[in-house]
Design a protein around this ligand. Structure first.
Ligand code: PEP
Length: 263
């Protein structure tokens, strides 16, 4: 089954409103050319209104990097799903490893956020992945499968296209240390098999699972060519719009190559 790839930029804590506007203006026509790829940019809250306004009815989806699962109330410093919808966002990152490791997000809060995003009609990109220590000690699959299972436990009857997963080994994020294409395929293939076991064929075949961790123009083509890899979540190499456009093009080329092979 062919799934539409997604290339997603995670700007993290970078860019002023003016920088965000210039980036978005440059990205829009180039994203429109890549008509086989969903393009998303996950921007700081301070830029979200402008980027959402500029991307309405375009090929680019604007998203937030975090939110809280309650809709309103005494949660100082937090932003809710209705607030994201109010500024025009269409997607949100959930459980990025920097949120889990630096800000103490647990599997439980990640699962609740995923559920609330789906209910609200925001596409959650749910990040899972292991640390270097967990990988070296053979605990990678326990960690990753536990994270995925907790999210699925919370979702009732969700369709495969209402949620996106991103496998992001923590040791590869922002380090320049990318997983090999084979490692990415193996981990993402296992996640899809697990989803097939617990949610059934339709969900597992339809859900997109991205790879994230030091993706850059030099390694994107090989990673995107893997059967179960449905795109990328990119930090560092997404900050420069030209570099991000190259990644979008790599995803577009991977689709063209798959189509050629199938003919
Ligand atoms: C990320 O922020 O999700 C990420 C994968 O970062 P980087 O591409 O810089 O490793």
């Amino acid at each position: 089954m062919s799934r539409r790839p997604m290339m997603a930029a995670n700007w993290k804590m970078n860019k002023t409103v003016m920088e965000a506007e210039a980036y978005t203006a440059a990205l829009l026509p180039r994203a429109a050319d890549a008509d086989e790829v969903d393009v998303a940019v996950f921007v700081p809250f301070t830029c979200l209104y402008q980027v959402s306004a500029m991307t309405q009815d375009t090929a680019v989806t604007a998203g937030a990097q975090n939110f809280y699962y309650e809709d309103s109330g005494a949660y100082t410093g937090e932003i809710s799903a209705p607030m994201l919808l109010d500024v025009g966002a269409g997607a949100v990152l959930v459980g990025h490893s920097e949120r889990r490791e630096t800000f103490g997000e647990t599997d439980d809060t990640v699962a609740k956020k995923t559920r609330r995003a789906v209910e609200a009609g925001l596409i959650p990109i749910v990040c899972v992945g292991e640390t270097k220590e967990e990988r070296d000690s053979g605990g990678m699959w326990d960690k990753v499968s536990g994270q995925v299972r907790r999210v699925i436990d919370e979702l009732e009857d969700a369709d495969g296209d209402s949620v996106v997963f991103a496998y992001e080994p923590i040791w590869a994020i922002g380090t320049g240390d990318t997983a090999t294409p084979e490692d990415a395929q193996e981990a993402i293939g296992k996640i899809r098999d697990l989803l097939r076991e617990i949610t059934g064929e339709d969900f597992a075949d339809g859900v997109r699972i991205l790879y994230g961790g030091s993706v850059k123009p030099g390694n994107a083509a090989e990673i995107m060519a893997q059967d179960d890899v449905d795109g990328g979540l990119v930090g560092g190499a997404s900050l420069d719009v030209e570099s991000f456009v190259e990644l979008v093009e790599a995803a577009q080329n991977a689709v063209a190559q798959t189509e050629q092979t199938e003919e």
